[in-house]
Design a protein around this ligand. Structure first.
Ligand code: ADP
Length: 234
């Protein structure tokens, strides 16, 4: 198996480090390092929705925001949210909503803010992985976690967890996949590039196995801060 520019094998993820409860003013928070990506996720609420006409009488609304800090990339990123930030926020919110028991908090809003401090591809999946942990840290009732990862192709190989250099390869395909755990259902799937059917099937199955690795790290981080007897799934 050939090695990649950063020395990883095709199926290696970049190193992931997780810290919970880093923002004391938030109900829950998470700092996550994923290779050269760093992200902070915070959760506030549930709190009454304002303005009221945006509320839902059946459930809480999850207001998810994905933002990149101006200093997160070498060219200054405008702090004004663009189309990309808004699209990522919307679909990530849908993914996260699928594991939160929003029906327990009608007429409220749960604010989830994710800020990318440094970016090297795969930031939306890093943010979602961190956001799901921040929700757990906030003590929100949840059916599970969202474990997200990027899968793709670069220089002819199907690989896990692409760096920015790999994403810029001429034949690059980049797929963001988020899986609900332990249910193992796809909560988000986005693809950039073209791929044949066989490779697509392989990539989805790679996504599931990579998400398991992410989930194991998420569980470890939660168990470290909130020790329980037995498995977290029980
Ligand atoms: P993701 O970070 O989820 O992979 P993209 O594929 O859109 O999302 O972006 C890949 C990478 O490109 C980002 O992680 C970041 O390093 C860089 N990037 C994205 N948007 C910008 C931007 N507006 N300015 C500079 N670099 C950017």
């Amino acid at each position: 198996m050939s090695t990649r520019l950063d020395g990883r094998k095709k199926d290696d993820l970049r190193p992931i480090k997780i810290e919970l409860g880093v923002v004391k003013s938030a109900a829950g928070s998470c700092y996550l390092e994923w290779g050269k990506n760093t992200v902070v996720a915070t959760v506030h609420g549930p709190r009454p929705m304002f303005p009221k006409h945006l509320s839902n009488s059946q459930r809480a609304v999850v207001d998810y925001r994905y933002r990149m800090a101006p200093f997160s990339v070498s060219d200054r990123k405008s702090p004004v949210p663009g189309k990309r930030d808004k699209e990522i926020s919307l679909v990530s919110g849908f993914a996260l909503e699928s594991v939160i028991m929003t029906e327990k908090f009608p007429n409220t809003v749960i604010n989830v803010n994710t800020l990318i401090l440094s970016a090297d591809a795969g930031t939306r999946v890093a943010a979602l992985t961190a956001a799901s942990l921040a929700c757990a840290d906030a003590g929100l009732p949840m059916k599970g976690l969202v474990s997200a990862v990027a899968i793709g192709r670069a220089n002819g190989d199907l690989i896990y967890d692409l760096t920015k250099d790999e994403e810029d390869a001429p034949d690059a395909v980049d797929t963001a996949i988020a899986i609900t755990m332990p249910q193992k259902e796809i909560a988000l799937l986005q693809m950039d590039g073209f791929v044949n059917k066989d490779d697509w099937k392989k990539m989805v199955s790679m996504g599931f196995s990579a998400a398991e690795k992410v989930y194991a790290l998420q569980k470890n981080a939660l168990l470290e801060k909130y020790p329980v007897n037995g498995d977290i799934n029980e």
